[in-house]
Design a protein around this ligand. Structure first.
Ligand code: ZN
Length: 281
């Protein structure tokens, strides 16, 4: 298990943690605090020159731990499904321009008001990821499938466990170098098979990203009340130990959706992230 003390270069900050402020201000703040990486979102780059953003990230000495996140894949009609796939292709093109090693998928689920069901949308996701896997066959980028906590199964993601994500990787990309799994502590901490899954997926070199935050008790909002590391009940250090033992040695990304932290000064939040990363993870 890596020593995180005085190793802030192993930590990446997901811009959602900072409430999606101006991309250049976030790059400067993250770099000046000594972090090693950044993970921007699609909306941070709207209206921006992506090449220029990429240059700024590199000039600041930061690496990219990921680019978030995919437009949802499932649709009520095939025409819309095709549009969703094209939208994902455009985002993947942007991820390549940015120089991100991966593009993160929150795959979507049952479209509002549709007659789809959980099985049919899972089939659509399987079909969509297979098409996008063909699309990236000659590109230096990985599709990162992020299973979300089952409380999001109806609307945000019909991919809900590490085992389910791993099975999809294996069936679409048997070699394992283009479609991989994202482990987010917030989504997976409760899984009774968590450590077996981490061991199997890690040993097969299928993890492309590791996201951390904590689960607050009580949680006031299931989307925007995620906790700072150390403030909740997730055994983050134990999970990190398992993923690193299985072979993961890339950046550890702090991703906290929280109205509480979004209201704070960005530098204050980054200070706390730095302290907790080194003491609680
Ligand atoms: Zn995540």
């Amino acid at each position: 298990m890596r020593n995180l003390n005085n190793h802030l270069h192993l930590c990446s900050i997901n811009t959602a943690t900072l409430g999606h402020r101006n991309i250049y201000k976030m790059i400067d703040a993250i770099a000046s605090h000594g972090f090693g990486g950044i993970a921007p979102w699609v909306q941070n780059l709207e209206g921006q020159n992506i090449k220029k953003v990429s240059q700024s990230i590199r000039q600041a000495g930061l690496r990219l731990s990921g680019y978030c996140r995919s437009p949802y894949i499932p649709a009520s009609h095939h025409t819309q499904f095709k549009k969703n796939i094209e939208a994902n292709k455009r985002c993947i093109d942007d991820a390549l321009t940015l120089g991100s090693p991966n593009f993160i998928f929150v795959v979507g689920s049952i479209p509002a008001g549709s007659s789809e069901n959980i099985d049919s949308v899972r089939n659509q996701v399987q079909e969509g990821i297979a098409i996008l896997n063909d699309y990236i066959s000659d590109s230096p980028i990985v599709l990162g499938l992020e299973p979300l906590h089952p409380m999001y199964a109806a609307d945000r993601a019909c991919l809900n466990t590490l085992g389910q994500a791993y099975a999809m990787c294996q069936s679409i990309d048997p070699k394992g170098d283009k479609v991989q799994v994202v482990l987010d502590t917030y989504h997976c901490w409760w899984d009774p098979t968590l450590y077996q899954q981490i061991d199997m997926i890690g040993k097969n070199k299928r993890f492309c990203a590791f996201h951390i935050c904590d689960w607050l008790v009580p949680t006031k909002d299931f989307l925007t009340d995620r906790g700072m590391m150390g403030d909740g009940i997730i055994e983050i250090a134990k999970i990190r130990s398992a993923i690193e033992k299985s072979g993961y040695e890339d950046l550890i990304e702090v991703e906290i959706f929280s109205t509480h932290w979004w209201q704070q000064d960005m530098n204050y939040t980054l200070n706390i992230c730095a302290n907790r990363f080194q003491s609680c993870c």
